[in-house]
Each structure stands twice: as C-alpha cells, then as structure tokens.
Design a protein around this ligand. Structure first.
Ligand code: XIL
Length: 379
C-alpha cells in the first residue's frame, strides 16, 4: 500500500515538472492553420539543441532564416552550395514539417554578380537567363520536398507601386511574373507565394491585390501572399492586417503570416547613428539589457500576441499558415536590427528557452475561441 502511494506521489511530482500540459502550439492550432518557425543553421543541424528541440515539439512548418537565400545558394555564377540547405530540408522531412523555401528573387542578400556583366549592368536577356537558371536549379533540386516558395520578396513600396530593385531595373516590371512562371515550370506542384512587409498599409495592400488579380487573369500561378508581420507592441493596428487578409481572400488567394514577431523596444528609426554613438541614446533605446522585461511590458506583449491570434482565428478560413521569425528571444534577428547589439523580447520563448506568458496565452486561446469566437475583444 505504502509503495503504491509512494509511486502515485512521485508520479504526480514528475507531472508537475513537465510543461503545464501536453499541448503544443502546432496541436492546439491544427484545426485552424499550420504553425511554423524560421530557424538558423545551428538549430536545424542540432535538433537536440534547445531551439531545435522546441522547434520539433511546437511547430509543424519550418523556414530557413537565411540558408536558402541567393547569396547562400549561388555565391558565384554556376557555383551552387547545397550542403546547408540540404540539411535544412532533411530536418524538415525527418520531423514531418511543411518546408518553406525562402526566397528566390529579392533585392537583398543576393550577390551582385547577378546584375553585372563586364563593363557595367547586365542587360535584360542576361538577367532573365540568370533568374531562370537560379530558380530552375533551386526549385528543381527540392522538387516534391519543399511545400511552397516565397518566389518574390519585397517588390512593392508602401504606395503600392513597384520599388527599386536591380531585378526590376534590368528586366522591367514583368520580373515578378517571370519569376512565378519559372518557379511553376520547375515544380508544378509546389505552392508559390508573394511575400512582403508593411502589408497592413492600404497602398501596399491594394498594389499587391492588383498584381494577384492580374496574375489570375493571365493564368500565372500564385497560391498565397505572405504578410511578414514584423510588428511592435503599440501597432500597427490589428484591424489593418485584418483588412489585408480579407482583401486577399476576396482576390482568391490565401494569406500567410510569414515572419511574425513583436519588438518591445522603442522604435529606433531615424536615431540609429545616435544610438550607436551616445550612451544617453543607448540607454533610452535599449532599456532592458539585463535580460529582464518589466512585468507590465510582459503583459502588454501577451495582450498583443493574443489580439493578433484572436483575429487570425476569426479568419482561419483565409489563413493557411502562421510562422514566427525565430523561436527564442536570445537568437532573434531583432537584437541586431535595425541597430546592432540591443536586447529585444519579441518571441514566445525567453533567453533561457522557457515559454513566456504569451506562449501560455496562445495555447489557451483556441479553446476560448471555440466557446466565444469574439474572444479578441476580451479585456
Ligand atoms: C533576416 C534574417 O533574420 C537575418 O538573420 C539576416 O541577417 C537578414 O535577414 N524580411 C525577410 C527576411 O524576408 O529574410 C529577413 O531575415 C527579415 C526581413
């Protein structure tokens, strides 16, 4: 009798140590949308590392934070480096994850050789040829294994017109359409996405929706538009993202939240030089360097994540996937962007890889949503 009691007591102690429940993000959101994360090379090469283990447990989709960008895959013309990207795809497959390829055509993290030729700028034909060769090589290599591709990244400005890009400069406005056509040729079964930041802005929303409608009219294959959703505590308003998701659904494509994080630090835009050079600015723009976020900020962060996800749940029919841009605060890109060396707190896991209150709130949300779908309006 005594032994049985002892066993029961120690079992209950053991359960108390385990995560609060057997629930996971990917589990509780599976009736609604896929939950993903971007990973750096260390995490997917070391699935036993803290970040690797969290990724395997909590997420059912994975994006390479940098390792599939053109500068990594084709640093010199015709010289492809597949090693790290191959490991990434194997990691995703081993863990039954939807693998997202990010990204094929972008003005950033793309080697200059793409746009140059002896004596100056490459002409249209050369650029189209290089774009096609890159897309066919990359998409072709992972055909049937990568679920979907961010084909073109960040081509519009906030007004909804095309921004400067060396691709556009050399090819013309049809560079986006060409990229989608090449990607579809290379893997007709892969999903194809257009991906951008500031998708909450009306101008950009309208510009991207115009492009989607134009593609549909011409028979250019596109499945979804990615809203990067790098947000802050104080905004942009959830309703502005909501309007974009609705507009995309009306245009006949899915929305994806592709790079979600919430910076808690004061916006440094316009002050980056002063922050690097003045102690006073540094203290003001990097206030929680010791790794402890004040309680009320932690609560604000939880509310912000809950408000965003309450809206995502209301639009689950229009949203296919929600991907966080990273797993834990320690390795978030926001510690170094747009100013190097700050201490930000944008993700669901803290610097010691522990789940934060915003994680618990997101785990609890779907069951609240089931009983009361207006849950986004809770205090
Ligand atoms: C970022 C990575 O997170 C950083 O590690 C890298 O130094 C720069 O790029 N929009 C995108 C992503 O589409 O590829 C960017 O990722 C973040 C902004």
């Amino acid at each position: 009798m005594k032994t049985i009691l002892l066993v029961i007591v120690s079992l209950s102690q053991l359960f108390a140590l385990l995560p609060s429940s057997a629930e996971t993000l990917k589990g509780v959101y599976s009736p609604y949308f896929t939950i993903g994360a971007a990973l750096g090379a260390y995490a997917f090469a070391n699935p036993e590392s803290p970040v690797g283990a969290i990724a395997v447990r909590e997420f059912s989709s994975v994006t390479a934070e940098n390792e599939m960008k053109p500068e990594r895959l084709q640093p010199r013309e015709g010289e492809f480096r597949w090693d790290v990207a191959d490991r990434f795809v194997e990691f995703g497959e081993r863990n039954g994850m939807k693998i997202i390829g990010h990204c094929l055509v972008w003005h950033s993290q793309t080697p200059r050789w793409f746009f140059q030729k002896e004596g100056g700028k490459a002409d249209r034909d050369t650029l189209v040829r290089r774009m096609k060769a890159h897309i066919h090589a990359v998409v072709g290599r992972y055909k049937g294994r990568v679920h979907g591709w961010d084909v073109v990244n960040e081509a519009f400005d906030d007004a909804g017109t095309l921004r400067y890009s060396p691709w556009r400069d050399g090819i013309g406005d049809d560079f986006i359409e060409l990229a989608f056509r090449f990607a579809h040729e290379a893997d007709p079964d892969a999903e194809l996405y257009y991906n951008d930041f500031n998708m909450f802005r009306r101008g950009k929303r309208e510009g991207v929706v115009r492009m989607v409608r134009d593609f549909k009219a011409k028979g250019v294959h596109i499945d979804a538009v990615g809203l990067q959703t790098h947000t802050r505590l104080s905004g942009p308003p959830v309703a502005e993202y909501e309007a974009t998701i609705e507009a995309l659904a009306a245009a006949g494509v899915k929305a994806m939240i592709t790079e979600l994080d919430v910076s808690v630090l004061p916006s440094p835009w316009g002050h980056t030089a002063e922050i690097m050079s003045s102690q006073e600015y540094r203290a003001k723009y990097d206030p929680w360097k010791d790794g402890n976020l004040p309680h009320e900020k932690q609560q604000e962060l939880t509310r912000r994540y809950r408000d965003l996800f309450a809206m995502f749940l209301r639009h689950a029919d229009a949203i296919d996937r929600v991907t966080f841009w990273g797993v834990c605060d320690r390795t978030s890109w926001l510690n170094n962007y747009p100013v190097r060396g700050r201490t930000d707190y944008p993700l669901l896991f803290d610097r010691s890889y522990r789940p934060k209150p915003c994680y618990d709130a997101l785990i609890a949300l779907p069951s609240l949503h089931k009983t009361s779908p207006g849950v986004g309006n809770l205090p």
